[in-house]
Unconditional design. Structure first.
Length: 493
């Protein structure tokens, strides 16, 4: 065969290969998304494998294949899984790179895959590589939006970047300034809700879009916003196990512990195609808020299964509290020490545990029980334990941490039932006696006063939110400072 003819045939072959490249969300892809969101990960992988076998030029299937791996690694975090994820990421990008680059899906899929890789880099300790990948994904997302402004799949990462950047944790908050990026929580929710409306009739993608709105609210420390959105959804969304799990999580975070327990009554981890340790994590915390000793079993099971460093501090401190309220002070001290020494402090829950385990006093059992019950929505029982504390209290000093926490919890009880006048008195006691003490109580009391006044006196609310920030120290619970700052911005606007 003449050389020129051979070259022509090869060129035509390459052109034909590129021409047949596609990003098609067909029935196989929709079914894979549904299986994935139902935590039937093996089934999802089988469907994706079938799609790749039937249509190897459907590059959307390779993107979806990585999502299967990402879900699996996020649920069952292991160093071996991480190494396999990195290899698979590189292999898929070799297949997808430079193929059908004119498709609006090209950069949309590449940026999300790169962001996932960057997140896992950060989780596994390669902070700078992860941040560089995340920044590259950010740039590609907005490059694609510039090219294809009406292409809806762009909006998923647009919404999540806006929310994530506006809620960066302290250990990476410097990166936003370094890379010159910014985000808006309000813009994020608007974008993601429009994205959800666009896919409202697309199986698989509509459930994924709903999940992203829930995650955005959680990132924004707004469980009540997430709960309100969840209650607006058709019950069919919660036939999917991952959405059901997040429904229970949001109910728990919103102080609706019994509702969370009811949701979990139809969640059977034994029926899943993956060992789902988050079930033990959340179910243990739900039972702890009921003061139920079975919480110990779930926390211990979680710690036996987990191979990751994240949430070790939180779980050991939660286990410590479970032992404390069941009268085992030695086990409390042991797991409190474990919380101080084990794991990382990357997650906010672990940083909260670090504050708790470094307290310079032994928590009072009555106050611990009252706080757990109050957080779970058990107001009457919480009030009983507060009364019990008051009747048996030995430390009468007005600025003692026990007194400060007592008045803070009393104020929260009054606030919940709408007795704002009494709540204001209780919160002001906390501030008057505790603003010079190295505890979070006065800062949180000021935040609650801001909540009360923002409905009637925006100027006074602004003063109290600013006071919450001024009283805040870097090792306190971060939600106090972050929520107060958001309220200051909102009132300023």
């Amino acid at each position: 065969m003449p050389t020129k003819l051979l070259i022509t045939i090869l060129i035509l072959g390459l052109l034909n290969q590129r021409a047949s490249a596609q990003y098609e969300i067909n029935d196989n892809c929709s079914q894979a998304w549904e299986a994935l969101l139902d935590l039937r990960i093996n089934t999802a992988k089988e469907i994706v494998e079938r799609e790749i076998g039937e249509n190897p030029d459907n590059y959307y299937a390779y993107y979806l294949d990585q999502n299967c791996d990402a879900f699996e690694l996020m649920i069952s975090t292991t160093s071996e899984g991480y190494e396999a994820f990195k290899d698979n990421y590189e292999n898929r990008r070799e297949i997808m790179d430079d193929m059908d680059v004119d498709s609006p899906y090209y950069l949309a899929c590449e940026s999300e895959m790169q962001l996932q890789m960057g997140i896992f880099n950060i989780i596994y300790g390669d902070l700078f590589t992860g941040l560089r990948r995340a920044y590259s994904a950010y740039n590609k997302t907005y490059k694609n939006i510039e090219r294809y402004p009406d292409f809806q799949p762009n909006r998923k990462l647009d919404g999540m970047f806006n929310m994530s950047i506006s809620n960066l944790p302290p250990f990476v908050s410097w990166a936003a300034a370094l890379f010159g990026v910014s985000g808006s929580a309000e813009t994020s929710l608007l974008i993601l809700k429009n994205y959800f409306k666009f896919y409202a009739k697309t199986p698989g993608l509509k459930q994924e879009a709903a999940l992203y709105i829930i995650l955005a609210h959680k990132l924004n420390k707004d469980p009540f916003g997430a709960y309100s959105f969840i209650k607006s959804l058709d019950s069919s969304y919660f036939a999917f196990n991952l959405l059901k799990y997040f429904y229970a999580n949001v109910a728990y975070r919103s102080g609706k512990n019994e509702e969370a327990l009811k949701i979990f009554s139809s969640f059977n981890p034994e029926e899943l195609e993956i060992k789902f340790n988050p079930y033990n994590y959340l179910f243990g915390k739900i039972m702890l808020r009921k003061l139920d000793s079975t919480a110990i079993k779930y926390f211990k099971k979680y710690l036996t299964i987990t191979q990751e460093k994240d949430y070790l501090k939180e779980m050991h401190y939660q286990l410590a509290l479970a032992y404390l309220i069941n009268g085992n002070k030695n086990a409390f001290i042991k797991h409190k020490q474990n919380a101080c020494e084990l794991g990382d402090n990357i997650t906010e829950r672990d940083r909260e545990a670090m504050y708790d385990c470094n307290l310079d006093y032994l928590p009072d059992v009555n106050l611990v029980k009252a706080k757990l019950l109050l957080d779970g929505g058990y107001l009457i029982n919480a009030s009983k334990w507060l009364e019990n504390f008051r009747s048996t209290q030995n430390d009468k000093g007005s600025n003692s941490p026990y007194n400060l926490e007592y008045y803070l919890l009393k104020g929260r009880c009054e606030y919940i039932v709408g007795n704002n006048e009494q709540a204001i008195l209780e919160f002001n006691k906390v501030i008057a006696d505790g603003e010079n003490e190295d505890y979070y109580f006065a800062s949180e009391a000021a935040m609650y006063l801001g909540f009360i006044y923002e409905k009637t006196d925006s100027e006074k609310a602004l003063l109290y939110f600013k006071k919450a920030c001024n009283l805040y120290e870097s090792d306190y619970y971060e939600y106090i400072d972050e929520i107060s700052k958001k309220r200051i911005t909102s009132l300023g606007n």
